[in-house]
Design a protein around this ligand. Structure first.
Ligand code: OOG
Ligand code: MG
Length: 255
């Protein structure tokens, strides 16, 4: 029997204190349902301190991310309201252990969505889409983990930035995007890198969330997953995403 509460406490405390911890399952032998149970208990601690659930993040939905991190399975994590970095505003580097940023697309839902849904049903539940940035910050030393490790650690999630919301009726299946640091382009990609179409990530989120007993809710944000590899961040930088035909979003990493 694994100690779900003890491991959840360890990861939650590490995230709160911006401190790294050793891997909890370096051999990668833990059943994934145990890893998700640790994630759930760890986020529950945050919620009992007053944070509110804000949505879901999907991970490893692009080949670029799978290759960068050496993991080939789609995973998911829980977003809470305290993770939101206001677009154009600053967040403090001291909040993180060793942050990285990656360009994504975000959905906000206008109605609940759960179970096995078609892409058309998923689209019908979307209120708006926006270019987004995720700040990932593994709590593990050297940002190294196995699949159960990263699932238990809420899929490395730490912060998210969402740009101006745009009409989801405009085709967003293959939009060019760039991520820049201090105005210099560091990654170039397309929304099509996300499972061939970012809606497939929302379809997967609907299925996985329902299976976990926490179906997607109206008002929730779903982060579709990084379209390119992530970039290490340093204090003082301005990180931005520009997405063709949609809009731009950015934030300052304050020293
Ligand atoms: C795990 C989280 C993956 C994504 O967008 O693919 C992820 C990590 O890379 O540390 O957020
Ligand atoms: Mg991500």
């Amino acid at each position: 029997m694994i100690q779900v509460d003890e491991l959840a406490e360890r990861l939650d405390s590490a995230a709160r204190a911006s401190r790294e911890v050793t891997q909890i399952d370096p051999e990668g032998k833990m059943p994934l349902e145990d890893a998700y149970a640790i994630q759930r208990a760890s986020i529950q601690r945050r919620i009992s301190r007053g944070a509110r659930r804000a949505g879901v993040k999907m991970g490893f939905t692009s080949r670029a991310k799978m290759v960068q991190m050496g993991i080939g399975d789609v995973i998911w994590g829980r977003l809470t309201d305290d993770m939101l970095i206001e677009e154009g505003m600053a967040t403090s580097f001291a909040r993180f252990v060793h942050p990285r940023a990656e360009p994504e697309i975000a959905f906000v839902l206008k109605k609940p969505l759960s179970g096995h849904v078609t892409a058309a049903e998923a689209l019908a539940s979307v209120e708006a889409v926006a270019p987004a940035l995720e700040v990932i910050d593994s709590r593990y030393q050297d940002f190294k983990f196995t699949l159960p490790d990263v699932i238990a650690d809420n899929a490395s999630s730490s912060g998210f930035v969402v740009g101006p919301w745009c009409n989801p009726r405009d085709d967003f299946s293959n939009l060019g995007l760039t991520m820049s640091i201090d105005g210099r382009v560091v990654q170039v990609g397309s929304t099509a890198a996300i499972l061939g179409h970012p809606l497939r990530s929302l379809v997967a989120a609907a299925r996985l969330s329902e299976a976990a007993g926490e179906p997607l809710q109206a008002g929730w944000v779903v982060m579709a997953g990084g379209a390119t590899p992530a970039e290490w961040l340093k204090p003082g930088q301005y990180i931005s995403i520009e997405m063709e035909r949609l809009s731009v979003a950015g934030f300052h990493m304050q020293a």
